[in-house]
Design a protein around this ligand. Structure first.
Ligand SMILES: [Cu+2]
Length: 62
């Protein structure tokens, strides 16, 4: 994988393209991810990653 930044937790992805970040979480919980370009976080370019322990039936209905 190549990124412009070479920082493992960041990826520069052109519009309409895909990128990949591999990250190993060492604890469960909810984590935010977001675009760091000025104004983009405020515009909603943000999301959450929910990390659960394997085998943990944390999702209702499953
Ligand atoms: Cu953005």
């Amino acid at each position: 994988m190549h990124t412009d930044t070479q920082i493992p937790y960041m990826a520069h992805v052109p519009a309409g393209k895909q990128g990949e970040i591999i990250r190993t979480f060492n604890q469960s919980g909810e984590f935010d991810f977001a675009c760091i370009l000025p104004g983009h976080y405020e515009a909603g370019m943000v999301g959450k990653i929910k990390v659960v322990v394997a085998g943990n039936k944390a999702t209702p209905g499953h």
